[in-house]
Write a protein that binds this ligand. Structure first.
Ligand code: SF4
Length: 195
């Protein structure tokens, strides 16, 4: 199904009951950021805070993500869009099940076709395995850019994984620096914001 515009997609997505996650959610977390962004970040699904607020990456992991983004001139307000593989919270923050991902992935596909990003960044194993390659290993392949169709794709650590293991921070930061270089190379209108 093709949606006429962003408002139409958001409205329809918020009404979705296509999988069991609809029964336990407080909010459908469609995404946040600029629909004209050239860079799309994708996580696996909303957590508790995200479910309560209706916005992705707003808990401690989200604060860390915002810091790493700011370090390379990116922010959800100015130049990126952030979405998830599933739009409703899996109970107890478990990984989204394959059938839940399958039921939900068309919303992300619609978002991609409206945004038409130049670069997609997968945050964590679930997103990278779903979008880049089913056998993606974040610890081995993080920071590598792979072209699929017209989109450059990169997987990096989920912010929650960095909170659990702060030793990952230097590697994660190197991924964001590599992202900044790729933005300079392939993006056409992205302005990095250093305020
Ligand atoms: S997780 Fe996705 S498919 Fe399932 S109810 Fe929410 S929006 Fe619909």
């Amino acid at each position: 199904m093709a949606y006429m515009d962003w408002d139409d997609l958001s409205e329809q997505c918020r009404k979705c009951t296509a999988c069991d996650l609809a029964k336990t959610r407080n909010n459908v977390v469609v995404g946040v950021g600029r629909p004209d962004a050239e860079i799309l970040f994708v996580g696996e699904g909303p957590g508790e805070q995200e479910d309560l607020k209706g916005e992705p990456f707003v808990g401690r992991g989200g604060q860390l993500l915002d810091k790493m983004l700011a370090a390379v001139g990116l922010s959800r307000q100015h130049n990126i869009y952030i979405a998830n593989i599933v739009k409703c919270r899996p109970p107890k923050n478990r990984d989204p099940l394959p059938d839940e991902q399958e039921a939900c992935i068309h919303w992300l596909r619609e978002q991609v076709s409206l945004i038409r990003p130049k670069i997609m960044v997968c945050l964590g194993r679930v997103a990278a395995c779903r979008i880049i390659s089913p056998d993606f290993k974040v610890t081995l392949q993080h920071g590598e850019f792979i072209k699929k169709g017209n989109i450059l794709m990169m997987g990096t650590f989920h912010p929650a994984a960095i909170l659990r293991n702060p030793n990952l921070k230097p590697d994660a930061f190197a991924d964001y620096l590599a992202l900044r270089d790729e933005i300079a190379r392939v993006c056409e209108h992205t302005v990095l914001n250093w305020d």
